[in-house]
Write a protein that binds this ligand. Sequence first.
Ligand code: ZN
Length: 133
Amino acid sequence: MARGLDNHNQRQDILKSFGRDLARRSGSSCELCEASGVSLEIYEVPPVMHEPDFDSCLFICRACKEGIDAVKKSNPEQWRFLTGRIWSDIPAVKILSVMILRAISSRATWAAEVLDDLYLDEDEERRAAAGLI
Ligand SMILES: [Zn+2]
């Protein structure tokens, strides 16, 4: 047990150490919906690795986090802004946007169309294939 706890704390320390760089990259706004003046938390794009990977982390707001956690039940219209975000130069933003759009695409024609126009390289495709839980 003690060992597991140590690992958990180590993970948290590593994630915390990403905070400053994420704040700089995000300009302290949500990296998905671009809301500013809201509290942001670190989100790890699945699959979550044993050791946190900065390139799989992004800063998102609570509304986006809750939407992702219940993505299958979410209203597709709330994700309209992702049509711009999937072109992001930031891999974590792009991959997470693709995952969300794929999760809603059976219920939203516009999402399926956006995905049709998108090209993913092999590495991006491999990452996006992990999907959301
Ligand atoms: Zn957001």
